[in-house]
Structures are given as structure tokens and as C-alpha cells.
Design a protein around this ligand. Structure first.
Ligand code: GDP
Ligand code: MG
Length: 169
């Protein structure tokens, strides 16, 4: 089909909704509003065709396991977000990554996955050095990027990179 489904995972508060809203609407808010689960659709051109980019912003680690598995089974690409200000948030991604690996199996090498360290603007409160995020992504065999939804650093690039990975596979 012409639907390209991207699923965003990560602990509560790391900035999943902020990244998606920054990309889709170009906005940012300082307040924290916990998400239920939201899907955003954007019509984009890909491989000279028109397709619908569907971005699912999940609730984070507290998502019901059955919901999590459903999101993973429907996903074509995954954004795994932690906050550069929280080592714990990086650790919380591991179980989700394990489920993705298990469910996608032999397909996995063909699935765009980006490990994202968000809030890279928070230099004073940084707990995860860039090199650590990078090393983690190498261990997982996925791509890596640091972003800031607040300053709009690497946000467009993140989604562009995922679409490029899809094209090049
Ligand atoms: P979610 O639970 O992962 O969806 O997180 P939110 O997108 O709701 O963001 C949680 C909090 O972090 C909010 O107060 C946001 O304003 C803040 N936030 C999100 N992204 C950034 C960022 O890149 N830099 C900074 N400094 N704060 C951010
Ligand atoms: Mg949210």
C-alpha cells in the first residue's frame, strides 16, 4: 500500500510528542501533557509517488503489551527516543528493542530504526554523552541521531533520514 507507518517509542517525558508535533505542526510547548496515543498523517512524495506518512506517537513504556505488539506489527519504521538528560530513559528502551527484534525477526535488517537522543539542548543536565548513544546504536545495529524538539535541531533530518533508509533498502 501507499501507507508508510512510523512508530515512536520511548519513556514518558523524553519528548516523543514534542518531536512529532515539531515535525508535523512546527510547534513546541514547554508544558508536559501525557499522551494517550495519537496518529498523525502527512501526504509526502516518495519514489516519485504520493504516499501517506503515518506517525504514531505512543504513550511510552506504560503502553499495554498487547498494544505495543500491535504497534510493532503494523510499523514499517521505528523511532526509539530517550532523553540525553536521563540514562534511565535509554535503559527503558532496551525491552522495547528486544520485542521489535523478536517480532520482526529476519525482516529486521530491512526495517529503518533510529535511536534518538532528544533534548540535546540541555547541556547542563546531560547524563548520556553523545558517544554513549552512538555506541549503544552500534550494539543494536541501528542508526543514531541527537535531536532537540525545543531548538528544532535535527528534527526534519530525523524523518528525512528514515525515509532515505526506506528508499535505499
Ligand atoms: P513524551 O512523554 O515523550 O511525549 O514527552 P513530551 O513531548 O510531552 O515532552 C516532555 C517534556 O519535555 C515537555 O515539558 C517538553 O516541553 C519537554 N521537551 C521535549 N522535547 C524537548 C527538547 O528537545 N528540549 C527540552 N529542553 N525540552 C524538551
Ligand atoms: Mg507524549
Amino acid at each position: 500500500s501507499n501507507d508508510y507507518r512510523v512508530v515512536v517509542f520511548g519513556a514518558g517525558g523524553v519528548g516523543k510528542s514534542s518531536l512529532v508535533l515539531r515535525f508535523v505542526k512546527g510547534t513546541f510547548r514547554e508544558s508536559y501533557i501525557p499522551t494517550i496515543e495519537d496518529t498523525y498523517r502527512q501526504v509526502i512524495s516518495c519514489n516519485k509517488n504520493i504516499c501517506t506518512l503515518q506517525i504514531t506517537d505512543t504513550t511510552g513504556s506504560h503502553q499495554f503489551p498487547a498494544m505495543q505488539r500491535l504497534s510493532i506489527s503494523k510499523g514499517h519504521a521505528f523511532i526509539l527516543v530517550y532523553s540525553c538528560t536521563s540514562k534511565q530513559s535509554l535503559e527503558e528502551l532496551r525491552p522495547i528493542w528486544e520485542v521489535i527484534k523478536e517480532m520482526k525477526g529476519a525482516e529486521l535488517p530491512n526495517i529503518p530504526v533510529m535511536l534518538v537522543g532528544n533534548k540535546c539542548d540541555e547541556t547542563e543536565n546531560r547524563e548520556v554523552p553523545l558517544t554513549e548513544g552512538e555506541a549503544e546504536s552500534k550494539g543494536w545495529g541501528c542508526n543514531f541521531m541527537e535531536t532537540s524538539a525545543k531548538t528544532n535541531h535535527n528534527v526534519k533530518e530525523l524523518f528525512q533520514e528514515l525515509l532515505n533508509m526506506e528508499k535505499n533498502r
